[in-house]
Design a protein around this ligand. Sequence first.
Ligand code: NAP
Length: 259
Amino acid sequence: MKLTNRVALITGGGRGIGRAIALAFAREGARIAVLARTTEQVAQVAAEIESEGAVEAMHAECDVSLKESVEHAVGSVMERFGRVDILVNNAGIAESAPLHRTSDELWERHININLNGTFYCTRAALPSMIESGWGRVINIASIAGKTGAAYISAYTASKHGVVGLTRSLAMEVAAKGITVNAICPGYVETEMAAHAIENITTKTGKSETEARDMLNRMSPQNRLVTPEEVAALALLLASEDGRGINGQAINIDGGSVLS
Ligand code: NAP
């Protein structure tokens, strides 16, 4: 077991990548807290973990874009488990629009959830890691944090921000036993990718199969990544095995972005 006695907090842990990470960490012995706005989904993931019987799990309603909500939720995790050892900033949204049709609301939604949410959660959880002298911050960014693509300026700007935050914070806490890294996936088989496919079919008239093929072809492996593959990388970063990896933004995209 690679995470025995660790406490892991995963934002957006109700479905998709966050859910896969929560389940993977629980199987390695970590106590789990999953946070999201949709209480039923995080409650279900916590119940699923507890039903396996090995570790404790809790859920809390949280909107990561609201600092009071974050402080309240992180406070409830501290109350239940006494500390946070591993923070996975996974909660995120992705919407597309040409820049000249990007509304203030769409822009601010991306910055508030993807970037400010990562900042609020990290600021709230970090003191516990500094106090214990051990910690892991894992930010689920995107290859959109490394490169650009048409119609996703707001998403790309927010994810570049997450990569920048990762690099600076990693330098700040490197000597305190804490590592800070980002994971940069290409398209992953989740609801988010399903929405992207739906969007392509609506906007271009392509069939669902054609739209999926378009996403597949963005990877040299001609496929989408699975949430479990992202969870396996997160587990490496969270475990002792990953202690030398710090300040990195690691692509998991079949090789579509080579930097
Ligand atoms: P998903 O299936 O849509 O899940 C997103 C999760 O984030 C949900 O649990 C959602 O729960 C939560 N969330 C969204 N807004 C939130 C908020 N304001 N406060 C708290 N929780 C919030 O998406 P996913 O594919 O698993 O994505 C997870 C992360 O991976 C995101 O950061 C995304 O940008 C990144 N990523 C995904 C892909 C991909 O192709 N799927 C590729 C690269 C990077 P509620 O809506 O209930 O709050």
